[in-house]
Each structure stands twice: as structure tokens, then as C-alpha cells.
Ligand binder design. Structure first.
Ligand code: GDP
Ligand code: MN
Length: 387
């Protein structure tokens, strides 16, 4: 669950990181009122879940009301990498002496938290990592001990920060680690972490992703899941209690059991197809649940063909077949379906499907056969007409 910059900064502030005061607004008049309240100069910042806002023209300094109006008008509604700007963050502008980079994430191969730091902040950190890797400090943390202040001082020192801000940078790193750990974040990143001419260390930007599965431990963070920024189909799935993740392709996928769905994605990709979603209908899916899942998959306009891959265990294939028939009666899909039923009551399930003679439903016996069929159908499918 990705947070907007200003939401991440709220978490930063909660853990004692320095941030500039500001206000989130959604229209030009409020932007002007906020700027007057905060005091000029201000910076007007697009709030979208994508980086590189500065380069795209979504971060602008304003020294008076006229400039605030101009920038707010331009930035609201702007398309930054496919994300439409609906919220602005207005904060008091900072003077910048240096721009550093800091982040905390989990290094999965090392199985340890990783703190990264560089004095080459503000820019693309990937570029720093590639061209001058010696300038990106990577420090693995003992997960039981946490990041000690001594280690943080060590990171700042090996990163060659100005001597007078070593303490300030160390404080920021310890606080950032605390954000990552205590908020159950998967990523906590500051770029740039600035030093002001007064030598204060401050987070000028934030990139925070929270672990959605740990959200129940943080009721105070629940409101941060910005409904406006969340994918509408994923939100609907969450409300309906279906495990659904939207992907970039055009092949709708339904399976039962996370492992089976993941292997289905792999097999489809291996056959040259591009999955449109992950959907785990779960164990013991009844007809009603299947109908609901079909509706979710088809809510994505990119879907041109659907693959059902069911391995019956607790889930009975005859129930899945009934669900599919109910879904067809209700939704009347205009795209082809490939259905593979295997396991508990599969013979009965296939018989029910055959008797129903649903239009444009193709049976497959093995997973590979199903993947090949669905990829061939996807290649043949043109733009989908809504039935
Ligand atoms: P990003 O482009 O999406 O990463 O957005 P940032 O919040 O990092 O802003 C981009 C750049 O704008 C920063 O690297 C700064 O150089 C500049 N910037 C942002 N806020 C301020 C500010 O308060 N004062 C000044 N002088 N520059 C700022
Ligand atoms: Mn940034």
C-alpha cells in the first residue's frame, strides 16, 4: 500500500523526523489560502503515487499569491505518468545546502533490513548505484538489535556527510528505521534528505509503502489507504473479500489457491501471454463466489480472454461449473473463456459445463494446454466489444 508524499511525511513526523509544515488541498482557492497561512515562499507539489514529479513539472516554488494560483492551476489535473493529480501539498519552501538520499527496506536475499544512504541525493538513485556505486552506502541491520545510533553515525561517516551534520543525519536514519519497523513499512525512503543553510537535516520528500497485510495492527493508518489513488477494481475486490491484484496484461486469470494462481501466471507468461490479474478464488469457492470473481475480472476493460484454472480439493469442480453458468446468465461475457477443471468432482463439473453449452467456452485438460489455448485466443482477439 503506497502512500502519498504528504501521508508519508505524517508518519515521519510521528517518529521525530523533521519535515516542513504544510497542507493538502484539492482546489486552487484552498491552495492560495493554505499558502497564505503557511507563509511564503511555498512549494506546490503534485500528490501522485509516482516518482519524478519534479522533472514532470509537478513541483514548483511560489513566492506570492499569483505564482501559487498559476502553479496550482497548472498542476491540478496534470497527468504524470498516467496518474492524474487531484491533490496538492503546499509546504513552506526550504533553502537547500545539500541533498542526500536515505532508505530502509528488506533485503530478501540477505534476510535482513537494509539501510541505504548517499550524499548524492535529489537525483535518480539508480544512476548513482550504477555509475558511482561507492557513493551508495549499503548497511545490513541485525533485525533483533535494530539500527543503533552508533551504526547510524558510522553510515553517515562512511557516506562522507559534512562533519557538522553527522549527528543530524544519524538521528534521521534512526528515525527512518523506526518508521520502517514500527509502521510495518516495506519501504521508507527520503529523496532528498536535505541539509538547510542553518544546518538542519530535513526530509523534503517521502516514499513510504506499508504492508497491507499488517494494516490491522495500525488502525490509525487505515485512513491512509487513499481510496482515490487505489485501483477501483482492487478496492472493490477488497470490499468483497476477494484476493485480487491488477496486472498489466489482457488475460484474466482465476484459480483457487495462491500457489496455483501464481503458477498459472507463470505458465501463461511462459506460453507468451500477459496476465491481466491475479485472482485467488480461495478454497471452498461456491457458485456465488465464482460469479462475483468473474464480474471482477471482467470489470477490467483490458481483459480480452479469461482462463479458469481450478484444481478441485475443498473446492468442488461442479460448484465452479455452476458458478460459471450463473455468471454467464448474469453478465453475458463477450470474451472467450478457457476452463480447466481437475480434481474433486471434475467429471461432473465438465459434464455440467458441456450440457450448458455456454457460448465461447473452451475446455482444457492440462494447465499447459489451457495456457496455450488462452494465449492463442488472446492473439486472435481484437478490441473487445461489450456484450
Ligand atoms: P520528486 O521529483 O517526485 O522526487 O519530488 P521531490 O519532492 O523530491 O522534489 C523534486 C525536487 O524539487 C527536489 O529534489 C528539490 O530539488 C526540489 N524541491 C522540492 N521542495 C523544495 C523546497 O522546499 N525548496 C527548494 N529550493 N527546492 C525544493
Ligand atoms: Mn524525490
Amino acid at each position: 500500500m503506497d502512500l502519498l508524499e504528504y501521508q508519508g511525511k505524517q508518519l515521519f513526523a510521528r517518529h521525530g523526523l523533521n519535515v516542513s509544515s504544510g497542507r493538502a488541498v484539492t482546489d486552487v482557492d484552498d491552495a492560495i489560502a493554505a499558502a497564505a497561512e503557511i507563509g511564503y515562499p511555498v512549494v506546490v507539489k503534485a500528490q501522485v503515487l509516482i516518482g519524478g514529479r519534479g522533472k514532470a513539472g509537478g513541483v514548483k516554488l511560489a513566492s506570492d499569491e499569483g505564482e501559487t494560483r498559476e502553479h496550482a492551476t497548472n498542476i491540478l489535473g496534470m497527468d504524470i505518468g498516467g496518474h492524474i493529480v487531484r491533490t496538492l501539498w503546499i509546504e513552506h519552501a526550504s533553502d537547500i545546502a545539500s541533498e542526500y538520499y536515505a532508505s530502509v527496506l528488506l533485503d530478501r536475499s540477505a534476510k535482513q533490513p537494509l539501510v541505504m544512504f548517499s550524499v548524492e541525493g535529489g537525483v535518480d538513485i539508480e544512476e548513482v548505484a550504477e555509475k558511482t556505486p561507492e557513493k551508495l552506502i549499503r548497511h545490513l541491520v541485525d533485525p533483533l538489535a535494530g539500527l543503533s545510533r552508533e551504526e547510524a553515525v558510522q553510515i553517515a561517516t562512511s557516506g562522507s556527510v559534512d562533519a557538522d551534520v553527522i549527528e543530524g543525519v544519524a538521528d534521521a536514519l534512526v528515525a527512518l528505521y523506526e518508521v520502517w519497523l514500527e509502521e510495518d513499512a516495506t519501504l521508507a525512503e527520503i529523496n532528498p534528505l536535505i541539509v538547510t543553510p542553518e544546518r538542519e537535516v530535513r526530509a523534503l520528500d517521502s516514499k513510504v509503502s506499508l504492508d497491507g497485510n499488517a494494516l490491522y495492527r495500525h488502525p490509525e493508518n487505515q485512513s491512509l489507504s487513499d481510496a482515490e489513488n487505489e485501483d477501483p477494481i482492487e478496492r472493490r475486490a477488497k470490499e468483497e473479500g476477494v484476493i485480487y491484484v491488477k496486472l498489466d496484461g489482457n488475460i484474466g486469470i482465476l484459480g483457487n489457491g495462491a500457489g496455483l494462481v501464481m503458477s498459472t501466471l507463470d505458465v501463461v507468461a511462459g506460453a507468451g501471454g500477459s496476465p491481466a490479474n491475479f485472482l485467488d478464488a480461495g478454497g471452498g469457492s461456491d457458485a456465488e463466489k465464482i460469479k462475483q470473481a468473474v464480474a471482477l475480472i471482467l470489470a477490467n476493460d483490458a481483459v480480452t480472454v479469461v482462463l479458469f484454472n481450478i484444481f478441485g480439493g475443498i473446492t468442488r469442480c461442479d460448484e465452479v461449473a455452476k458458478g460459471l453458468i450463473a455468471a454467464f446468465a448474469d453478465i453475458k461475457p463477450s470474451v472467450p473463456f478457457v476452463v480447466r477443471l481437475d480434481g474433486t468432482n471434475d467429471v461432473e463439473g465438465r459434464r455440467i459445463l458441456q450440457e450448458a453449452a455456454l457460448p465461447n467456452v473452451h475446455a482444457a485438460v492440462t494447465m499447459n494446454e489451457a495456457a496455450e489455448k488462452v494465449v492463442a485466443l488472446a492473439a486472435g482477439a481484437g478490441v473487445r466489444a461489450r456484450g
